[in-house]
Write a protein that binds this ligand. Structure first.
Ligand code: FHN
Length: 428
């Protein structure tokens, strides 16, 4: 029988005030692939110092291991990611159920992964790579063919450009940065730009002011009005088109009035590090994705290709397992286009997302001995139907105090998360 319970409320997180077309895809897609790939990848995480000792790091290896610039440039000159295969990358993303890709076009090391005309510190002019190849163009083609979005990460902080760190020369650097961004936007038509490094204390404009950020963002929107731009462009205002970027963490609750995307590594590094085999399990990763969605966020999960440009097999395996889960019995419905479930408290037993007239309760801690899962929701609504996705289990729903109880019959049917789908009448 239908139960009258407290249900989804009417705040930003539930009722989606973001009406801009620009961010529409971003809010629906929920799950993307981050790619950290640069000349740092060519070190594969290890630098042997002149005294024979080994220093380990990934995309920060230049700084953290104190590699002199001439040695760093010498290593970049041998960079030959001949096995980078844009189609295989896009396939790995699609297999995972990812719907967009964000790749580092230039990380803090300043090395451009496309043939920029602004300087020669780039993959075409300073490498052992095929001069006729352009991996960003290849990715653009492959993502377009596969119908998924492409974004570019771009570090405002630049360790290579000598004009970056001085107040007198910074404007010259800034001009080159604007020129590179124009090359990226005009040449590759990205859907999104993901800035970083605006926080550098070496930047004479630090804190990279709201005015600097506004100017840059309006310049970019002048070039391409539909560009989605993350908050690290330099301003932290809550405004449509920007989104927050928590890193290696999932906020405990929806962020009122703000889109956000949590970026996270699959092991302990962003860039490739040969020695790092500390892989998260696909169970943890799927649960992270569910928790992120249930708080109206996106999940940007990182891969770091090796010196040859190959995504490590343990990453590919985990991505595939995630996709298998999402494709099974419509479980991906709890993620794509879904958002905050409208609960007062996060349930200890899992997470709840909402899409239209459906609530998806993803149960990770199955109740023992017929105990109920309690949902403490916000305002009144009816439950019309309930079922477990991918199983014939019965689900009993009863009104209980400030919310309602759901009691699925039998044991958990899914080791990752059992999804109980509730059809609800959202009410007023
Ligand atoms: O310093 C970088 C780091 O290398 C990595 O790119 C992450 C990804 O979000 N961002 C910076 C730290 O905030």
């Amino acid at each position: 029988p239908p139960a009258q319970v407290a249900g989804p409320g009417t705040d930003y997180a539930t009722d989606d005030p973001f009406t801009s077309d620009r961010t529409n895809w971003f809010r629906q897609d929920r799950f993307g692939m981050f790619i950290h790939f640069g000349s740092y990848s060519n070190w594969e995480g290890e630098y042997r110092r002149p005294d024979g000792s080994v220093c380990r790091n990934a995309e920060w290896i230049k700084r953290e291991c104190g590699i002199p610039m001439d040695a760093y440039e010498k290593q970049a000159a041998t960079f030959n990611p001949a096995d980078f295969d844009a189609k295989a990358v896009v396939k790995a993303a699609k297999d995972a159920g990812m719907r967009y890709i964000v790749i580092t076009s230039k990380h803090h090391e300043g090395y451009a992964m496309w043939p920029t005309k602004v300087n020669s510190w780039n993959l075409r002019d300073h490498s052992a790579f095929d001069k006729n190849r352009d991996i960003l163009a290849e990715l653009k083609q492959a993502t377009t063919a596969a119908g998924i979005k492409l974004g570019f990460y771009y570090s405002i902080w630049d360790w290579h450009d000598p004009d970056f760190a001085s107040p007198t020369t910074f404007p010259k650097y800034e001009q080159r940065m604007y020129a590179q961004l124009k090359e990226l936007v005009d040449g590759y038509h990205p859907d999104l730009l993901w800035f970083d490094g605006e926080w550098s204390t070496e930047n004479p404009h630090n804190p990279w002011s709201e005015r600097d950020g506004e100017r840059l963002e309006s310049y970019l929107h002048g070039l391409s009005p539909d560009l989605v731009v993350n908050n690290r462009v330099g301003k932290r205002r809550v405004v449509d088109g920007d989104y927050g970027t928590p890193e290696q963490e999932i906020p405990a609750a929806p962020v009122d009035g703000q889109l956000w995307e949590s970026c996270m590594t699959l092991n302990d590094h962003w860039g490739y590090a040969r020695y790092d085999q500390n892989w998260k399990s696909s169970t943890t990763l799927v649960r992270n994705l569910l928790a992120t969605t249930s708080r109206s966020g996106n999940y940007l999960l990182n891969v770091g290709p090796d010196a040859r440009g190959r995504i490590p097999q343990p990453s590919v395996d985990r991505l595939r397992q995630m996709g298998d889960w999402l494709r099974t019995s419509g479980q991906g419905e709890a993620v794509y286009g879904a958002r905050y479930g409208g609960l007062v408290d996060e349930p200890a037993w899992g997470s709840v997302s909402r899409k239209g007239d459906k609530l998806y309760a993803a149960v990770t801690q199955w109740p023992s001995g017929g105990a109920a899962l309690h949902l403490k929701a916000r305002t009144a609504f009816d439950v019309k139907a309930a079922r477990v996705l991918g199983s014939g289990q019965q689900v009993r729903v009863t009104k209980a105090g400030d919310g309602f109880d759901i009691r699925p019959s039998g044991a958990a049917t899914n080791a990752v998360a059992t999804v109980v789908e509730l059809t609800v009448n959202p009410g007023p």
